[in-house]
Design a protein around this ligand. Structure first.
Ligand SMILES: O=C(O)CCC(=O)C(=O)O
Length: 287
């Protein structure tokens, strides 16, 4: 796993690494103080009921840790702190260097993942955002130290070159979402162990997910922004309105169709191939 140093601007090696592998991990892009402030701010928000952003509402006495601490979806639509994160200049600088044209911002999510919480099975974000042309991408910030015990992300390097693969069913004892994308032969997931303030940038076609939090006392809090390429003319309607990095709204954006073709892994003459098939389920919520 390559870990780029935080130089505030990406080097040519960083850009090359992101383009070939579909991700880049940048050390300390945000300071420990910024992370503590974001962590406290959003923890207070969910603990007072989520201010309308909590997925499914907050249920403080529920036995499922994710019902007590559900993820916050799209808080930037009414909350300045989330908006400030989504259009942060450092994120803009890195993403623009990977894609040449400044990307557009479409989503924020805050995950708490308390001790005992499930993870999210391997998936491809582009399946849900469906940006056209181009793809989507993410800027995922560790708000505390994250490793395999508290449910770090796993990514499959190089999988960003694949088409959308049709998801099967995930093990719902370990994942709170049902979709599980298969991993083609020759590719392997690797864990992303991160320190507070480290940023994981990844291409939205990259297969990624996270494991459960098996610790007894550690949360795993992160904030993530999702973006689409600057050349995109369409994105799934759930992600409207689409923002520029100066905070203005893009008026000229069409809604892409849900679903679309996806690939199935098949064996032919001892070789694994991807057979494309029709669309599947309607994407109704964030991923
Ligand atoms: O934080 C996680 O566990 C999953 C996040 C994710 O899949 C994403 O941001 O696209």
């Amino acid at each position: 796993m390559m870990k780029a140093m935080n130089t505030a601007t990406p080097t040519s090696q960083d850009i090359e690494f992101y383009r070939s592998n579909g991700y880049l991990l940048v050390s300390g892009l945000f300071s420990p103080e910024e992370c503590a402030s974001l962590r406290d701010y959003f923890t207070d928000m969910v603990e007072r009921g989520g201010d309308g952003w909590a997925e499914g509402g907050v249920h403080p006495d529920h036995e499922d840790p994710l019902k007590r601490y559900p993820r916050l979806l799209q808080p930037h639509r009414g909350d300045d702190v989330a908006m400030k994160y989504m259009v942060d200049k450092r994120i803009c600088t890195y993403l623009t260097s990977f894609y040449d044209k400044e990307p557009l911002a479409v989503q924020t999510m805050v995950y708490f993942k308390p001790p005992g919480a499930k993870g999210q099975a391997l998936h491809q974000d582009q399946r849900y955002l469906n940006a056209e042309p181009g793809t989507c991408m993410a800027a995922w910030l560790a708000l505390e130290d994250i490793d395999e015990e508290n449910g770090c992300m796993s990514i499959v390097p190089g999988s960003h070159e694949l088409p959308m693969l049709c998801p099967g069913h995930a093990n719902m004892d370990k994942s709170f979402t049902d979709h599980l994308v298969p991993i083609p032969n020759g590719l392997e997931p690797i864990p992303m162990v991160m320190r507070t303030g480290d940023m994981l940038f990844f291409n939205g076609s990259l297969i990624h997910g996270s494991g459960p939090n098996i610790s007894t006392s550690r949360f795993r809090r992160i904030i993530v922004g999702h973006y689409i390429e600057g050349v995109a003319e369409k994105v799934a309607e759930y992600y409207f309105p689409v923002y520029r990095f100066d905070g203005s709204i893009v008026e000229q954006m069409d809604a892409s169709e849900y679903g679309g073709p996806c690939g199935i892994l098949v064996e032919k003459d001892g070789e694994q191939l991807i057979e494309m098939t029709g669309g599947l389920t309607r994407a109704t919520s964030a991923h």
